[in-house]
Design a protein around this ligand. Structure first.
Ligand SMILES: *[C@@H]1O[C@H](CO)[C@@H](O)[C@H](O)[C@H]1NC(C)=O
Length: 432
């Protein structure tokens, strides 16, 4: 069936227009959400393509009153135009964005995200964060309790110190749309996560209160050298910020994740994450979070011979936040799907890929070091993987899907500091 296509690794962006819904969104730059079709699968109905797109976070946008920035350079509201929310929303408008310049391009069912973009000879860190948006202008909130989530990823161009993240956060599905925030999710409002960020705007309104905590499930935080997945449950105003993660390197499996590793990160692969309940239903209690990988058409053996899993009874730090019960209930209610690419001036992302966590030195992940290597490209392999696995909507008819999979990619190489996500599915649990 045609909907199951290989990642098309070309860089042309496909966009479509969505009209601003009210006055508060500005008219200087139109907001054209890059399309990113995703797939929702059931046993009975197979996989159905969803009319989905991506939207850049609110904080990356120009909020202005005429030529005056409503945000000061430190990201806080300019109190002369924004002394309070009512005045701010009267004075200020929020603009659409140029997605390619912001480090986000989509093509077919893949999205590529760039840490750096060069314009007029100047290279800037753009470090985008985006959310999956439905055709109704609200965030898509997959309900993954008792389900699994599958995607392909190409991390080959993400070096030490970079974090290509795909995660779920329990944000408002409308982005807190209101009379003073009519754009809502269409303009990427409503961010929150389990690090409880203080933000200048919360749900599109000036946030004087903070911190803003949300249950968060990190499905993949990774570069080509290291990775982890981590539940972060929260109570009302605090969260399990560190969380009980699974990282194969930290578990002693040191040759698993990397270029040429058991899972060869120099090539694309498929990531399956299963949220398994105690009774196998979608309303049970979350018991286990399990990771599986597929590469070159074959299941890749787990790093831990008994499975790459996190278990409900094995996470002390989450207990005071309700642990897997809290995380599972959030997964059952549905959470917003977020993608980001970032690096870290304060700690070089050492928690992800250095010391006990991975093979990177404590300094090579410094953004200055990453930037020094940009925009050199390397001879990455871009052979699209051979997807002959039991994918949810894989069937036996000999249609175009596998032929596409055998085609070499139609782009050349990823610039250093990019990540590509592709073929996102949410679905019933795979049969073995
Ligand atoms: C804040 O707004 C005022 C009034 O428009 C403007 O004069 C000033 O430059 C702005 N401040 C900053 C830091 O942008």
């Amino acid at each position: 069936m045609a909907l199951l296509r290989a990642c098309k690794f070309s860089l042309a962006a496909l966009t479509f227009s969505r009209l601003a819904s009210a006055q508060v969104p500005g008219t200087t730059t139109a907001e054209n959400h890059p399309q990113l079709p995703t797939y929702k699968c059931t046993n009975s109905g197979g996989c159905v393509q969803q009319d989905t797109s991506v939207v850049l976070d609110w904080d990356y946008r120009w909020i202005h009153s005429g030529n005056t920035n409503c945000k000061t350079s430190n990201g806080r509201p300019n109190t002369s135009v924004c002394p309070n929310q009512a005045t701010c929303s009267r004075n200020c408008v929020i603009e659409g964005v140029d997605y390619a310049a912001s480090g986000v391009t989509t093509s077919g069912n893949s999205v590529t995200m760039y840490q750096y973009r060069t314009s007029n000879g100047v290279t800037n860190s753009v470090s985008p964060r985006i959310y999956l948006l439905g055709s109704d202008g609200n965030y898509v909130t997959p309900k993954l309790l008792g389900q699994e989530f599958t995607f392909d990823v190409d991390l080959s161009a993400l070096p030490c110190g970079e974090n290509g993240a795909l995660y779920l956060s329990e944000m408002s599905s409308t982005g807190g749309r209101s009379s003073t925030n009519p754009g809502g999710a269409n303009y990427g409002s409503g961010y929150c996560d389990a690090q409880c960020p203080y933000q200048a705007w919360k749900n599109g309104n000036m946030d004087q209160a903070g911190p803003y905590c949300c249950n968060e499930m990190d499905i993949l935080e990774a570069n080509s050298r290291a990775n982890s997945f981590t539940p972060h449950p929260c109570n009302s105003n605090d969260c399990d910020k560190i969380g009980c993660s699974f990282n194969p390197y930290a578990s002693g499996y040191r040759n698993y994740w990397g270029p040429g590793g058991t899972l060869d990160t120099s090539r694309p692969f498929t990531v399956v994450t299963q949220f398994i309940t105690n009774d196998g239903t979608t309303s049970g209690t979350l018991a286990t979070i399990t990771r599986r990988y597929i590469q070159n058409g074959r299941a890749v053996a787990s790093a831990n011979p008994s499975g790459d899993s996190i278990y409900s009874n094995n996470c002390q730090s989450g207990v005071q936040y309700g642990g897997f019960n809290t995380m599972g209930q959030a997964l059952g209610r549905g959470m917003v799907l977020a993608f980001s690419i970032w690096n870290d001036n304060s700690g070089n992302m050492n928690w992800l890929d250095s010391g006990n966590a991975g093979p990177c030195s404590s300094t090579e992940g410094a953004p200055s070091n990453i930037l020094a290597n940009y925009p050199n490209t390397r001879d990455y392999h871009h052979i699209v993987a051979d997807y002959h696995y039991q994918h949810p909507d894989d069937d036996d008819d000999d249609d175009d899907e596998h032929q596409n999979d055998h085609r070499p990619s139609n782009s050349n190489t990823n610039p250093l500091g990019t990540v590509r996500w592709c073929r996102l599915y949410w679905t019933h649990l795979l049969r073995d």
